[in-house]
Ligand binder design. Structure first.
Ligand code: G16
Length: 550
Protein backbone atom coordinates (compact mmCIF):
# COMPACT_ATOMS: atom_id res chain seq x y z
CA UNK A 1 0.00 0.00 0.00
CA UNK A 2 1.70 3.23 -1.18
CA UNK A 3 1.03 6.59 0.42
CA UNK A 4 -0.82 9.61 -0.91
CA UNK A 5 1.30 11.92 -3.15
CA UNK A 6 0.91 14.74 -0.63
CA UNK A 7 3.41 17.09 -2.29
CA UNK A 8 1.69 16.89 -5.64
CA UNK A 9 -1.78 17.20 -4.15
CA UNK A 10 -0.67 20.28 -2.17
CA UNK A 11 0.71 21.97 -5.30
CA UNK A 12 -2.49 21.39 -7.22
CA UNK A 13 -4.79 22.08 -4.29
CA UNK A 14 -3.26 25.54 -3.83
CA UNK A 15 -4.38 26.28 -7.40
CA UNK A 16 -7.97 25.44 -6.42
CA UNK A 17 -8.57 26.99 -2.98
CA UNK A 18 -12.02 26.96 -1.41
CA UNK A 19 -12.85 30.62 -1.90
CA UNK A 20 -16.54 30.60 -1.05
CA UNK A 21 -18.06 30.17 2.41
CA UNK A 22 -20.91 28.17 0.83
CA UNK A 23 -21.67 24.76 2.32
CA UNK A 24 -21.26 22.12 -0.37
CA UNK A 25 -23.53 19.11 -0.10
CA UNK A 26 -23.44 15.93 -2.19
CA UNK A 27 -27.23 15.88 -2.65
CA UNK A 28 -29.86 14.07 -4.70
CA UNK A 29 -27.63 14.05 -7.75
CA UNK A 30 -24.16 15.13 -6.63
CA UNK A 31 -22.97 18.69 -6.00
CA UNK A 32 -25.10 21.35 -7.64
CA UNK A 33 -24.57 25.09 -7.17
CA UNK A 34 -23.82 28.24 -9.17
CA UNK A 35 -20.99 27.21 -11.53
CA UNK A 36 -18.72 30.02 -10.35
CA UNK A 37 -18.33 28.58 -6.81
CA UNK A 38 -17.47 25.02 -7.83
CA UNK A 39 -13.78 25.14 -8.84
CA UNK A 40 -12.43 23.68 -5.57
CA UNK A 41 -15.21 21.07 -5.49
CA UNK A 42 -14.39 19.78 -8.97
CA UNK A 43 -10.69 19.51 -8.12
CA UNK A 44 -11.47 17.51 -4.99
CA UNK A 45 -13.99 15.31 -6.77
CA UNK A 46 -11.21 14.48 -9.26
CA UNK A 47 -9.12 13.15 -6.38
CA UNK A 48 -12.06 11.37 -4.79
CA UNK A 49 -12.89 9.64 -8.08
CA UNK A 50 -9.32 8.37 -8.29
CA UNK A 51 -9.62 6.99 -4.76
CA UNK A 52 -13.00 5.43 -5.52
CA UNK A 53 -11.44 3.63 -8.48
CA UNK A 54 -8.56 2.37 -6.31
CA UNK A 55 -11.08 1.19 -3.73
CA UNK A 56 -12.94 -0.65 -6.51
CA UNK A 57 -9.78 -2.48 -7.51
CA UNK A 58 -8.89 -0.17 -10.40
CA UNK A 59 -12.28 -0.37 -12.10
CA UNK A 60 -13.30 2.70 -14.07
CA UNK A 61 -15.38 5.32 -12.27
CA UNK A 62 -17.41 7.99 -14.11
CA UNK A 63 -17.69 11.73 -13.53
CA UNK A 64 -20.38 13.87 -15.14
CA UNK A 65 -20.15 17.66 -15.05
CA UNK A 66 -23.72 18.91 -15.34
CA UNK A 67 -26.52 20.64 -13.49
CA UNK A 68 -29.15 18.81 -15.51
CA UNK A 69 -32.50 20.64 -15.26
CA UNK A 70 -31.10 23.64 -13.33
CA UNK A 71 -30.64 27.06 -14.94
CA UNK A 72 -27.58 27.67 -17.10
CA UNK A 73 -25.66 29.58 -14.42
CA UNK A 74 -25.68 26.50 -12.17
CA UNK A 75 -23.38 23.59 -12.66
CA UNK A 76 -22.57 20.42 -10.79
CA UNK A 77 -20.80 17.13 -10.69
CA UNK A 78 -21.90 13.59 -9.97
CA UNK A 79 -19.90 10.39 -9.65
CA UNK A 80 -20.82 7.10 -11.29
CA UNK A 81 -19.85 3.77 -9.77
CA UNK A 82 -18.26 0.98 -11.87
CA UNK A 83 -21.57 -0.77 -12.62
CA UNK A 84 -22.84 2.46 -14.17
CA UNK A 85 -24.90 3.40 -11.12
CA UNK A 86 -24.87 6.45 -8.90
CA UNK A 87 -22.06 6.68 -6.32
CA UNK A 88 -22.60 4.43 -3.30
CA UNK A 89 -24.33 6.61 -0.71
CA UNK A 90 -21.77 5.76 2.00
CA UNK A 91 -19.23 7.81 0.01
CA UNK A 92 -21.50 10.84 -0.35
CA UNK A 93 -20.63 11.84 3.21
CA UNK A 94 -16.90 11.72 2.40
CA UNK A 95 -17.50 13.80 -0.72
CA UNK A 96 -19.33 16.41 1.34
CA UNK A 97 -16.65 16.50 4.06
CA UNK A 98 -13.78 16.79 1.57
CA UNK A 99 -15.55 19.53 -0.38
CA UNK A 100 -16.02 21.58 2.77
CA UNK A 101 -12.43 21.45 4.12
CA UNK A 102 -11.57 25.12 4.26
CA UNK A 103 -7.80 24.95 3.59
CA UNK A 104 -5.37 22.69 1.71
CA UNK A 105 -4.01 21.47 5.05
CA UNK A 106 -7.44 20.47 6.28
CA UNK A 107 -8.22 18.87 2.96
CA UNK A 108 -5.04 16.78 3.15
CA UNK A 109 -5.63 15.62 6.69
CA UNK A 110 -9.26 14.73 5.92
CA UNK A 111 -8.05 12.86 2.87
CA UNK A 112 -5.55 10.87 4.92
CA UNK A 113 -8.17 10.00 7.54
CA UNK A 114 -10.53 8.91 4.84
CA UNK A 115 -7.97 6.68 3.07
CA UNK A 116 -7.25 5.09 6.45
CA UNK A 117 -10.92 4.62 7.38
CA UNK A 118 -11.80 3.10 4.00
CA UNK A 119 -8.59 1.03 3.95
CA UNK A 120 -7.88 2.13 0.39
CA UNK A 121 -4.96 0.32 -1.21
CA UNK A 122 -3.16 3.21 -2.88
CA UNK A 123 -0.99 0.88 -4.96
CA UNK A 124 -4.04 0.03 -7.08
CA UNK A 125 -4.52 1.87 -10.35
CA UNK A 126 -7.04 4.72 -10.64
CA UNK A 127 -9.14 4.91 -13.80
CA UNK A 128 -11.83 7.45 -14.63
CA UNK A 129 -13.97 8.47 -17.59
CA UNK A 130 -15.53 11.93 -17.61
CA UNK A 131 -17.82 14.12 -19.66
CA UNK A 132 -19.69 17.41 -19.47
CA UNK A 133 -22.86 18.99 -20.82
CA UNK A 134 -23.01 22.22 -22.85
CA UNK A 135 -22.99 24.75 -19.99
CA UNK A 136 -20.57 27.70 -20.48
CA UNK A 137 -18.96 27.05 -17.06
CA UNK A 138 -18.18 23.46 -18.11
CA UNK A 139 -14.68 23.84 -19.65
CA UNK A 140 -13.16 25.60 -16.60
CA UNK A 141 -14.70 23.09 -14.21
CA UNK A 142 -13.42 20.19 -16.31
CA UNK A 143 -9.92 21.75 -16.13
CA UNK A 144 -10.18 21.74 -12.30
CA UNK A 145 -11.35 18.13 -12.39
CA UNK A 146 -8.39 17.18 -14.59
CA UNK A 147 -6.03 18.77 -12.06
CA UNK A 148 -7.59 16.46 -9.46
CA UNK A 149 -6.89 13.45 -11.71
CA UNK A 150 -3.30 14.62 -12.22
CA UNK A 151 -2.80 15.13 -8.47
CA UNK A 152 -3.87 11.58 -7.61
CA UNK A 153 -2.27 10.06 -10.74
CA UNK A 154 -5.49 8.76 -12.31
CA UNK A 155 -5.62 7.43 -15.85
CA UNK A 156 -8.39 9.59 -17.31
CA UNK A 157 -10.46 9.23 -20.46
CA UNK A 158 -12.29 12.32 -21.71
CA UNK A 159 -15.67 11.41 -23.22
CA UNK A 160 -16.19 15.03 -24.30
CA UNK A 161 -19.59 16.70 -24.47
CA UNK A 162 -22.27 14.10 -24.04
CA UNK A 163 -25.39 13.18 -22.08
CA UNK A 164 -25.38 11.88 -18.51
CA UNK A 165 -26.89 8.52 -19.58
CA UNK A 166 -24.20 8.01 -22.23
CA UNK A 167 -21.54 8.59 -19.57
CA UNK A 168 -23.25 5.95 -17.39
CA UNK A 169 -23.37 3.61 -20.39
CA UNK A 170 -19.66 4.12 -21.05
CA UNK A 171 -18.72 3.34 -17.46
CA UNK A 172 -20.59 0.04 -17.53
CA UNK A 173 -19.36 -0.83 -21.03
CA UNK A 174 -15.73 -0.18 -20.07
CA UNK A 175 -15.99 -2.29 -16.91
CA UNK A 176 -17.79 -5.22 -18.55
CA UNK A 177 -15.65 -5.30 -21.69
CA UNK A 178 -14.61 -8.84 -22.58
CA UNK A 179 -16.82 -10.39 -19.86
CA UNK A 180 -20.00 -12.47 -20.14
CA UNK A 181 -21.95 -9.41 -19.04
CA UNK A 182 -20.54 -7.20 -21.82
CA UNK A 183 -22.84 -4.16 -21.93
CA UNK A 184 -21.83 -2.96 -25.38
CA UNK A 185 -18.93 -1.34 -27.21
CA UNK A 186 -17.45 1.38 -24.97
CA UNK A 187 -18.01 4.29 -27.31
CA UNK A 188 -20.79 6.64 -28.35
CA UNK A 189 -20.94 4.67 -31.58
CA UNK A 190 -21.49 1.52 -29.49
CA UNK A 191 -24.34 3.21 -27.61
CA UNK A 192 -26.10 4.42 -30.76
CA UNK A 193 -25.64 1.07 -32.48
CA UNK A 194 -27.02 -0.87 -29.51
CA UNK A 195 -30.12 1.31 -29.20
CA UNK A 196 -30.87 1.71 -32.87
CA UNK A 197 -30.46 -1.99 -33.71
CA UNK A 198 -32.75 -3.06 -30.86
CA UNK A 199 -35.29 -0.41 -31.87
CA UNK A 200 -35.35 -1.55 -35.50
CA UNK A 201 -35.80 -5.19 -34.45
CA UNK A 202 -38.67 -4.28 -32.14
CA UNK A 203 -40.40 -2.26 -34.85
CA UNK A 204 -40.05 -4.93 -37.53
CA UNK A 205 -43.42 -5.38 -39.26
CA UNK A 206 -44.94 -2.34 -37.51
CA UNK A 207 -45.83 0.89 -39.29
CA UNK A 208 -43.17 3.62 -39.04
CA UNK A 209 -44.14 6.05 -36.25
CA UNK A 210 -45.41 9.46 -37.34
CA UNK A 211 -42.91 12.32 -36.77
CA UNK A 212 -42.15 13.03 -33.14
CA UNK A 213 -41.39 16.60 -32.04
CA UNK A 214 -38.44 16.62 -29.62
CA UNK A 215 -37.68 19.64 -27.42
CA UNK A 216 -33.96 19.30 -26.64
CA UNK A 217 -34.00 22.02 -23.91
CA UNK A 218 -31.20 23.80 -25.84
CA UNK A 219 -28.83 21.36 -24.20
CA UNK A 220 -26.56 18.44 -24.91
CA UNK A 221 -29.56 16.34 -25.93
CA UNK A 222 -29.63 18.34 -29.19
CA UNK A 223 -26.36 17.15 -30.77
CA UNK A 224 -26.82 13.66 -29.32
CA UNK A 225 -30.39 13.29 -30.62
CA UNK A 226 -29.15 14.50 -34.01
CA UNK A 227 -26.55 11.71 -34.04
CA UNK A 228 -29.13 9.16 -32.92
CA UNK A 229 -31.39 10.28 -35.77
CA UNK A 230 -28.65 9.30 -38.23
CA UNK A 231 -28.46 5.78 -36.80
CA UNK A 232 -32.25 5.41 -36.80
CA UNK A 233 -32.63 6.92 -40.27
CA UNK A 234 -36.13 6.40 -41.67
CA UNK A 235 -37.21 4.02 -38.87
CA UNK A 236 -37.97 6.96 -36.51
CA UNK A 237 -38.78 10.38 -37.95
CA UNK A 238 -37.87 13.11 -35.45
CA UNK A 239 -38.27 16.89 -35.53
CA UNK A 240 -35.64 18.39 -33.24
CA UNK A 241 -36.47 21.75 -31.66
CA UNK A 242 -34.77 23.95 -29.02
CA UNK A 243 -31.35 22.97 -30.26
CA UNK A 244 -29.64 26.35 -29.67
CA UNK A 245 -26.79 25.12 -27.50
CA UNK A 246 -24.67 28.23 -28.15
CA UNK A 247 -27.34 30.80 -27.27
CA UNK A 248 -26.46 32.32 -23.89
CA UNK A 249 -29.20 31.73 -21.33
CA UNK A 250 -31.24 29.40 -23.55
CA UNK A 251 -30.55 26.13 -21.69
CA UNK A 252 -33.69 24.87 -19.90
CA UNK A 253 -35.22 28.32 -20.35
CA UNK A 254 -38.97 28.14 -21.12
CA UNK A 255 -38.42 24.62 -22.39
CA UNK A 256 -37.23 21.19 -21.30
CA UNK A 257 -38.69 18.40 -19.17
CA UNK A 258 -38.70 20.35 -15.90
CA UNK A 259 -40.52 23.30 -17.50
CA UNK A 260 -43.17 20.90 -18.77
CA UNK A 261 -43.65 19.23 -15.41
CA UNK A 262 -43.66 22.33 -13.23
CA UNK A 263 -45.64 24.72 -15.45
CA UNK A 264 -47.82 22.06 -17.09
CA UNK A 265 -47.63 24.10 -20.27
CA UNK A 266 -46.30 23.59 -23.78
CA UNK A 267 -42.96 25.41 -24.37
CA UNK A 268 -43.75 28.74 -26.09
CA UNK A 269 -41.35 27.82 -28.90
CA UNK A 270 -43.58 24.87 -29.84
CA UNK A 271 -46.82 26.86 -30.02
CA UNK A 272 -46.65 27.18 -33.77
CA UNK A 273 -44.95 23.83 -34.36
CA UNK A 274 -47.14 21.29 -32.59
CA UNK A 275 -50.26 20.09 -34.39
CA UNK A 276 -53.29 18.64 -32.54
CA UNK A 277 -52.77 14.91 -31.99
CA UNK A 278 -49.04 15.08 -32.73
CA UNK A 279 -46.70 13.54 -30.16
CA UNK A 280 -44.08 15.77 -28.57
CA UNK A 281 -41.53 15.18 -25.86
CA UNK A 282 -39.06 17.26 -23.88
CA UNK A 283 -35.62 16.25 -22.62
CA UNK A 284 -33.85 18.07 -19.80
CA UNK A 285 -30.42 19.74 -19.86
CA UNK A 286 -28.43 16.50 -19.70
CA UNK A 287 -31.04 14.28 -21.37
CA UNK A 288 -31.78 11.96 -18.48
CA UNK A 289 -35.45 12.95 -18.12
CA UNK A 290 -38.29 12.65 -20.58
CA UNK A 291 -41.80 14.13 -20.64
CA UNK A 292 -44.36 13.54 -23.41
CA UNK A 293 -47.34 15.77 -24.21
CA UNK A 294 -49.85 16.56 -26.93
CA UNK A 295 -52.64 18.91 -27.90
CA UNK A 296 -56.08 17.35 -28.27
CA UNK A 297 -58.49 18.13 -31.11
CA UNK A 298 -59.63 21.24 -29.21
CA UNK A 299 -56.05 22.42 -28.90
CA UNK A 300 -55.96 21.59 -25.17
CA UNK A 301 -52.61 20.55 -23.69
CA UNK A 302 -52.15 17.14 -22.01
CA UNK A 303 -49.03 15.95 -20.22
CA UNK A 304 -47.78 12.36 -20.25
CA UNK A 305 -45.25 12.28 -17.44
CA UNK A 306 -43.03 9.64 -15.85
CA UNK A 307 -46.05 8.01 -14.19
CA UNK A 308 -47.80 7.62 -17.54
CA UNK A 309 -44.58 6.21 -19.03
CA UNK A 310 -44.39 3.69 -16.16
CA UNK A 311 -48.01 2.63 -16.71
CA UNK A 312 -47.50 2.22 -20.47
CA UNK A 313 -44.25 0.30 -20.17
CA UNK A 314 -45.28 -1.85 -17.18
CA UNK A 315 -48.48 -3.07 -18.81
CA UNK A 316 -46.56 -3.94 -22.00
CA UNK A 317 -43.87 -5.88 -20.15
CA UNK A 318 -46.45 -7.74 -18.05
CA UNK A 319 -48.21 -8.77 -21.24
CA UNK A 320 -44.98 -9.92 -22.92
CA UNK A 321 -43.95 -11.96 -19.89
CA UNK A 322 -47.36 -13.67 -19.90
CA UNK A 323 -47.16 -14.30 -23.65
CA UNK A 324 -43.70 -15.79 -23.12
CA UNK A 325 -45.19 -18.19 -20.54
CA UNK A 326 -42.81 -16.85 -17.88
CA UNK A 327 -45.23 -15.20 -15.46
CA UNK A 328 -44.42 -17.72 -12.75
CA UNK A 329 -40.67 -17.30 -13.15
CA UNK A 330 -40.32 -13.54 -13.46
CA UNK A 331 -41.17 -11.21 -10.58
CA UNK A 332 -42.00 -7.76 -11.93
CA UNK A 333 -42.34 -4.69 -9.72
CA UNK A 334 -42.66 -0.92 -9.97
CA UNK A 335 -40.93 1.73 -7.87
CA UNK A 336 -42.26 5.27 -7.49
CA UNK A 337 -41.78 8.27 -5.20
CA UNK A 338 -44.25 10.41 -3.24
CA UNK A 339 -44.61 12.58 -6.37
CA UNK A 340 -46.36 9.73 -8.20
CA UNK A 341 -49.89 10.72 -9.07
CA UNK A 342 -52.42 8.92 -6.84
CA UNK A 343 -54.23 7.61 -9.94
CA UNK A 344 -51.04 6.09 -11.36
CA UNK A 345 -50.33 4.27 -8.11
CA UNK A 346 -53.92 2.95 -8.13
CA UNK A 347 -53.60 1.83 -11.76
CA UNK A 348 -50.28 0.10 -11.25
CA UNK A 349 -51.00 -1.52 -7.91
CA UNK A 350 -53.95 -3.46 -9.30
CA UNK A 351 -51.47 -5.13 -11.69
CA UNK A 352 -48.11 -5.27 -9.89
CA UNK A 353 -46.35 -4.75 -6.58
CA UNK A 354 -45.59 -1.01 -6.20
CA UNK A 355 -43.06 0.42 -3.76
CA UNK A 356 -42.61 4.07 -2.74
CA UNK A 357 -39.10 5.37 -1.94
CA UNK A 358 -37.42 8.75 -1.43
CA UNK A 359 -36.74 11.05 -4.38
CA UNK A 360 -33.55 10.37 -6.30
CA UNK A 361 -32.69 7.81 -8.91
CA UNK A 362 -30.25 6.15 -6.54
CA UNK A 363 -33.12 5.17 -4.21
CA UNK A 364 -35.40 4.00 -7.00
CA UNK A 365 -32.66 2.06 -8.74
CA UNK A 366 -31.72 0.10 -5.64
CA UNK A 367 -35.34 -0.72 -4.85
CA UNK A 368 -35.94 -1.85 -8.44
CA UNK A 369 -33.01 -4.26 -8.19
CA UNK A 370 -35.08 -6.37 -5.80
CA UNK A 371 -37.28 -7.51 -8.68
CA UNK A 372 -36.38 -9.69 -11.67
CA UNK A 373 -37.74 -6.90 -13.82
CA UNK A 374 -37.82 -3.63 -11.88
CA UNK A 375 -39.58 -0.67 -13.48
CA UNK A 376 -38.93 2.74 -11.97
CA UNK A 377 -39.97 6.18 -13.10
CA UNK A 378 -40.17 9.39 -11.15
CA UNK A 379 -43.12 11.59 -12.12
CA UNK A 380 -40.57 14.12 -13.43
CA UNK A 381 -39.69 11.70 -16.22
CA UNK A 382 -36.55 10.15 -14.79
CA UNK A 383 -36.51 6.37 -14.93
CA UNK A 384 -35.65 3.07 -16.54
CA UNK A 385 -36.31 -0.65 -16.40
CA UNK A 386 -33.88 -3.18 -14.91
CA UNK A 387 -33.67 -6.77 -16.10
CA UNK A 388 -31.65 -8.86 -13.64
CA UNK A 389 -28.72 -10.75 -15.15
CA UNK A 390 -30.41 -14.01 -14.14
CA UNK A 391 -33.54 -13.10 -16.09
CA UNK A 392 -31.49 -12.07 -19.11
CA UNK A 393 -29.80 -15.49 -18.98
CA UNK A 394 -33.18 -17.24 -18.65
CA UNK A 395 -34.52 -15.30 -21.64
CA UNK A 396 -31.57 -16.12 -23.86
CA UNK A 397 -31.64 -19.81 -22.86
CA UNK A 398 -35.43 -20.21 -23.17
CA UNK A 399 -36.86 -22.94 -25.42
CA UNK A 400 -40.21 -21.56 -26.56
CA UNK A 401 -42.88 -24.11 -27.42
CA UNK A 402 -45.04 -21.83 -29.60
CA UNK A 403 -44.42 -19.09 -32.12
CA UNK A 404 -46.20 -16.58 -29.85
CA UNK A 405 -43.83 -17.47 -26.99
CA UNK A 406 -40.81 -17.14 -29.24
CA UNK A 407 -41.91 -13.68 -30.42
CA UNK A 408 -42.57 -12.47 -26.87
CA UNK A 409 -39.19 -13.75 -25.66
CA UNK A 410 -37.40 -12.02 -28.52
CA UNK A 411 -39.20 -8.79 -27.74
CA UNK A 412 -38.11 -9.01 -24.10
CA UNK A 413 -34.50 -9.70 -25.14
CA UNK A 414 -34.54 -6.70 -27.48
CA UNK A 415 -36.16 -4.47 -24.84
CA UNK A 416 -33.30 -5.30 -22.48
CA UNK A 417 -30.93 -4.02 -25.20
CA UNK A 418 -32.98 -0.93 -26.06
CA UNK A 419 -33.28 0.24 -22.47
CA UNK A 420 -30.28 1.95 -20.89
CA UNK A 421 -30.40 -0.01 -17.67
CA UNK A 422 -27.73 2.05 -15.91
CA UNK A 423 -29.91 5.11 -15.29
CA UNK A 424 -32.84 7.14 -16.65
CA UNK A 425 -32.08 7.98 -20.28
CA UNK A 426 -34.41 10.32 -22.15
CA UNK A 427 -33.46 9.06 -25.60
CA UNK A 428 -33.57 5.37 -24.75
CA UNK A 429 -36.87 5.89 -22.88
CA UNK A 430 -38.25 7.79 -25.86
CA UNK A 431 -37.52 4.85 -28.15
CA UNK A 432 -39.09 2.53 -25.57
CA UNK A 433 -42.28 4.60 -25.52
CA UNK A 434 -42.36 4.66 -29.33
CA UNK A 435 -41.99 0.86 -29.43
CA UNK A 436 -44.88 0.32 -27.02
CA UNK A 437 -47.11 2.83 -28.84
CA UNK A 438 -46.37 1.09 -32.15
CA UNK A 439 -47.08 -2.38 -30.72
CA UNK A 440 -50.32 -1.20 -29.14
CA UNK A 441 -51.32 0.96 -32.14
CA UNK A 442 -51.80 3.79 -29.64
CA UNK A 443 -51.67 7.50 -30.22
CA UNK A 444 -51.26 9.90 -27.30
CA UNK A 445 -55.00 9.94 -26.60
CA UNK A 446 -55.22 6.16 -26.11
CA UNK A 447 -52.06 6.18 -24.00
CA UNK A 448 -53.40 9.06 -21.90
CA UNK A 449 -56.65 7.20 -21.28
CA UNK A 450 -54.93 4.36 -19.36
CA UNK A 451 -55.99 6.34 -16.29
CA UNK A 452 -56.96 9.92 -15.49
CA UNK A 453 -54.44 11.94 -13.50
CA UNK A 454 -55.59 13.59 -10.31
CA UNK A 455 -54.96 17.31 -10.88
CA UNK A 456 -51.71 18.27 -9.18
CA UNK A 457 -49.35 21.17 -8.66
CA UNK A 458 -45.68 21.45 -7.78
CA UNK A 459 -44.46 24.72 -6.28
CA UNK A 460 -40.95 25.84 -5.29
CA UNK A 461 -40.54 27.93 -2.15
CA UNK A 462 -37.43 30.01 -1.48
CA UNK A 463 -36.56 29.81 2.20
CA UNK A 464 -33.62 31.01 4.27
CA UNK A 465 -32.33 27.54 5.10
CA UNK A 466 -33.83 24.49 3.48
CA UNK A 467 -31.70 22.23 5.71
CA UNK A 468 -34.15 22.73 8.57
CA UNK A 469 -36.68 20.63 6.62
CA UNK A 470 -36.40 16.94 7.55
CA UNK A 471 -38.69 14.18 6.37
CA UNK A 472 -39.57 10.54 7.03
CA UNK A 473 -41.72 7.81 5.46
CA UNK A 474 -40.22 8.14 1.96
CA UNK A 475 -40.49 11.94 2.30
CA UNK A 476 -44.24 11.85 2.81
CA UNK A 477 -44.07 13.39 6.30
CA UNK A 478 -42.15 16.35 7.68
CA UNK A 479 -40.58 15.83 11.09
CA UNK A 480 -39.00 19.27 11.16
CA UNK A 481 -39.81 22.12 11.56
CA UNK A 482 -42.01 20.80 14.37
CA UNK A 483 -45.74 21.30 13.96
CA UNK A 484 -45.61 22.03 10.23
CA UNK A 485 -46.83 18.58 9.17
CA UNK A 486 -49.97 19.01 11.25
CA UNK A 487 -50.72 22.27 9.43
CA UNK A 488 -50.18 20.50 6.08
CA UNK A 489 -52.57 17.73 7.15
CA UNK A 490 -55.23 20.20 8.27
CA UNK A 491 -55.11 22.03 4.96
CA UNK A 492 -55.04 18.84 2.87
CA UNK A 493 -58.15 17.50 4.65
CA UNK A 494 -60.10 20.55 3.52
CA UNK A 495 -59.89 19.45 -0.15
CA UNK A 496 -61.53 16.50 -1.94
CA UNK A 497 -58.87 13.81 -2.46
CA UNK A 498 -56.36 16.32 -1.06
CA UNK A 499 -52.82 15.04 -0.62
CA UNK A 500 -49.72 17.09 -0.13
CA UNK A 501 -46.16 16.86 1.09
CA UNK A 502 -43.18 19.14 1.54
CA UNK A 503 -39.50 18.26 1.14
CA UNK A 504 -36.21 20.11 0.66
CA UNK A 505 -34.80 19.83 -2.86
CA UNK A 506 -31.46 18.09 -3.19
CA UNK A 507 -30.57 19.86 -6.41
CA UNK A 508 -31.86 23.43 -6.00
CA UNK A 509 -31.84 25.86 -3.12
CA UNK A 510 -35.60 25.56 -2.59
CA UNK A 511 -38.25 23.60 -0.71
CA UNK A 512 -40.70 21.73 -2.94
CA UNK A 513 -44.42 21.55 -2.25
CA UNK A 514 -46.53 18.95 -4.03
CA UNK A 515 -50.31 18.88 -3.86
CA UNK A 516 -53.05 16.97 -5.62
CA UNK A 517 -56.81 17.25 -5.29
CA UNK A 518 -60.03 16.44 -7.11
CA UNK A 519 -59.97 19.55 -9.35
CA UNK A 520 -57.22 21.64 -10.90
CA UNK A 521 -58.37 24.72 -9.04
CA UNK A 522 -58.27 22.85 -5.73
CA UNK A 523 -54.83 21.35 -6.40
CA UNK A 524 -53.41 24.79 -7.26
CA UNK A 525 -55.04 26.37 -4.25
CA UNK A 526 -53.85 23.67 -1.85
CA UNK A 527 -50.28 23.86 -3.20
CA UNK A 528 -50.11 27.62 -2.87
CA UNK A 529 -51.70 27.70 0.58
CA UNK A 530 -49.18 25.15 1.84
CA UNK A 531 -46.37 27.04 0.11
CA UNK A 532 -47.50 30.12 2.03
CA UNK A 533 -47.43 28.23 5.33
CA UNK A 534 -43.94 26.89 4.54
CA UNK A 535 -42.79 30.38 3.67
CA UNK A 536 -44.18 31.86 6.87
CA UNK A 537 -42.36 29.19 8.86
CA UNK A 538 -38.97 29.51 7.21
CA UNK A 539 -38.95 32.20 4.54
CA UNK A 540 -36.76 35.26 4.16
CA UNK A 541 -37.34 38.11 1.74
CA UNK A 542 -41.13 38.80 1.74
CA UNK A 543 -41.08 39.55 -2.00
CA UNK A 544 -40.40 35.83 -2.59
CA UNK A 545 -43.58 34.69 -0.80
CA UNK A 546 -45.64 32.48 -3.17
CA UNK A 547 -48.60 34.71 -3.97
CA UNK A 548 -51.06 32.81 -6.13
CA UNK A 549 -54.39 32.05 -4.37
CA UNK A 550 -53.39 33.78 -1.16
C1 G16 B 1 -32.13 14.75 -10.11
C2 G16 B 1 -32.26 13.31 -9.65
C3 G16 B 1 -33.70 12.91 -9.70
C4 G16 B 1 -34.54 13.87 -8.87
C5 G16 B 1 -34.29 15.30 -9.33
C6 G16 B 1 -34.96 16.32 -8.45
O1 G16 B 1 -32.55 14.84 -11.42
O2 G16 B 1 -31.46 12.50 -10.45
O3 G16 B 1 -33.80 11.59 -9.21
O4 G16 B 1 -35.89 13.57 -9.01
O5 G16 B 1 -32.92 15.58 -9.31
O6 G16 B 1 -34.45 16.20 -7.15
P1 G16 B 1 -34.78 17.24 -6.02
O7 G16 B 1 -36.26 17.33 -5.94
O8 G16 B 1 -34.15 16.66 -4.80
O9 G16 B 1 -34.20 18.56 -6.44
P2 G16 B 1 -31.73 15.64 -12.51
O10 G16 B 1 -32.44 15.34 -13.79
O11 G16 B 1 -31.78 17.08 -12.13
O12 G16 B 1 -30.34 15.08 -12.42
Amino acid sequence: MNSLPLGKITLFSDLHPKLYPAYFNYGTAGFRMPGKVLDSVLFRVGILAGLRSKKMDGKTVGIMVTASHNPETDNGVKMVDPRGEMLDSSWEVYATTLANSSTTEMFLSTLEEFVEAEKIDLSKPARVVYARDTRPSGPALVAALEDGFAAIGAEARNAGITTTPILHYLVKAINTKGTEECFGDDSEHGYFTKLSEAFKKLLLGKPTPSPLVIDCANGVGAPIAAKLAQYLAASMPMLLTNTAIDNPGALNNLCGADYIKTTQKIPPSLMTVLQPGQRACSLDGDADRLMYYYLDSRGQYHMLDGDKIAALVASFIVELVKAAGLENRIKIGVVQTAYANGSSTKYLSTRLPVKCVSTGVKHLHHAAEHYDVGIYFEANGHGTVLFSQQIQNILSGCQPSTLAQSIAINHLINLAQLINQTVGDALSDMLLVEVVLAHRSYGCVEWDSLYTDLPNRLVKVLVEDRNIFKTEDAERRLVSPPGLQEKINDLSHKYDSGRSFVRPSGTEDVVRVYAEAATKQQADELAFRIAGVVYDEAGGDASQRPMEFL
